[in-house]
Structure formats: C-alpha cells, structure tokens
Design a protein around this ligand. Sequence first.
Ligand code: BGC
Length: 364
Amino acid sequence: MVKFTKTLTSVAAIAAISALALTGCGRSDSGSGSSSSGAAGFDKSSLIGVALPQKTSENWVQAEGLFNDGLKNAGFKGEVQFANGGVTEQQNQISSMITNGAKVIIVGAVDGGQLGTQVKQAKDAGATIIAYDRDLTKTSDVDYYVAYNNFKVGELQGQALLAGMKAKKPNGPYNIEVFAGSNDDANSKPFFDGAMSVLKPKIDDGTVKIVSGQSTQNAAATAGWLAENARKRMDTLLAGSYSTATLDGVLSPNDTLARAIIGSVKAAGKPIPVITGQDSEVDSVKSIMAGEQYSTINKDTSNLVTAAIQMVKDLQEGKTPTTNEKDNNGSKEVPTQYLEPVIVTKANAAEAYKNNPTLEALTK
Ligand code: BGC
C-alpha cells in the first residue's frame, strides 16, 4: 500500500486543492486568526515531529510513508513515530520531539484526552500543534485540526446501512446491532452520533430494532479498536439475541471491525448481514466486490497527509493555515480543515477509486 502512494502524490495534491475549492474555503475565510502560532515562521531545516498512534488500521501505516516522503520533498526534517505501547509512550515521544526543537508537532493521538501536559510544553517551547485525524481534547493548546469530517462519516454509514437493508429486503422491520470505536479515540463519538442521527428516527418509528437493546456508545464500544474485541462481542450478541431472530444489519465503524464481525457471523453459520465500514482497506474492498461487506468510506490518506503538510508549509512561511471549520474539542473552537469522506459500495467502487490504482484494480 505504502509503495504505490508515492506515485500518487501529485494526483493527491490536485485532489486536495480541488477539494478545498469545492468546499469554498480559502485563506480569506480561514477564520483562524485567533491562533497565536505561525506568525513569525521558522527555519525550513527545522524538525517536524509526527506522533502517530498504534497501527489499528491501514490508514496509519500509509500515513507513515506519506509523511516521511511528503515532509522530505517539502524540504523539512521529518520524524515519524508510532506509539505502539500506548499513551505513556506517545507522551514520551512528544516530549522528546519538543526537546529536539520541533517547530510543528502533528499528533494522531492514542488518547486525545491525555496529552494536555505535553501540548502545553510544546506551546511554551514555541511549537505549533496540529491534531491529525483525531482531535485532542481537554486542552486549549491545540492550534489546528485536520481530518475527514467524522460526523459526516457516521451519517454516511447510517444511510448506507438503511439503503443496503432496503435493497435486500424492501420492507422492514430490520434487526440490527451497532458497534462503536474505542472510547479513548475522540472520533468514536462523532462517528457513532452521526450514524445514530440517521438510525434513531427509524428506531423510534419501529422500522429498525436493536435486538440486544445495546444502543449506547458505551455498550457498543470496541476497546482499542481491536478486531478480537468486536469479534467476541458479536459472538456474544449472536448467541444471546439471534438464536431465532435474523440479523439484517450491523453498523461497524471501520473495516477492520467489519471483517471481524463478518468472521463471527460466518463461524456461527448465519447469513452475512448488511454491514458498514470505513477506511477502504484492501481486504474490505475485496470483500465488498465479493458481495460480503456492504460499504466502506473513502478517506484517502494521501489527501489528509497533503493537507497536514500544507499547514506546516504555511506555518513555516509565517502564514495562517487554511481552515474551513471549527471543531469544538470541549475546551476550544479548534480551527479545522475538514476533508469530505465518500461512501463506497460495490456500485460506485470503480468510480470512487479511480485515482487509486491499487484499489481501482480490485474493482475490475
Ligand atoms: C480513524 C479511522 C480508523 C480508526 C482506527 C480513527 O480515529 O479516523 O479511520 O479506522 O481510528 O484506527
């Protein structure tokens, strides 16, 4: 995966620029003048730190190569680190980046609520903090956020689940189960809330039923975004609530968990329900083309990394980075650059991946 993305850099850059044009944003509406960072610029040979979480999905693995190449091509000294050991490791990595003089630290948090001390230290040292993909919470020291619109991702998943079930069985009621991401990831709430904003009216009018009754984010959470946890929960739900009832649909927040849930259903000898996902992982695109997983979300990692690196370039030149939104992280309205996620099913896969040779080849 990482290899082919190199060749995509220019396509990605064009796509990112046109995405910006489409969302109507520009420097004039950046609305981020309140940020104290970036005004003076900094030396181009400066260190840019990139602190990524565990490799819980392919997007993080892809980000490593894209950041290394993108920062190098832009003339920066980049340093990308994964916090495979969790929160403490990430806290230590960010502290070292500050000690080593990083001017910008891009953070994909393991737990966005536990980096307050480090981002304060970074700020005191004159560094700018960009939250990447996952926003940082419980701090007002985050300067910028760049991500695909997470609530929108959830809405698209909820809509796909309903459409997929309707296509298979025109009339409800539909039996479903819902899964959420890890509670320590700030994205899990907007994903879940976005999906439930679509599903709730259908649950209220009786079209859709969560047979287990487990309808809250906490009840549906998947600790650590780990496939094994989703699989175990699905095993338990099938044994407890589906000995006679048919499971029509499952809301899965991402592809890794979707495949784990499909594995559980297959092992139980039940028909595969309509199931959502996110990330356009290779095995899930294959599963969609084979008619198993129903949908995924295209959030091209190269576009997101390109947008983050564009912020670094702007900061280096002393400009205020372009943003098109504010994300309220509980402590601050964080100037945010949102990219638009795209829903993908078998029907539009070829079109959706036309700029991604690896994924497009899977749709033939
Ligand atoms: C990302 C998703 C990813 C998940 C697990 C989230 O924060 O936005 O794309 O599937 O983390 O790695």
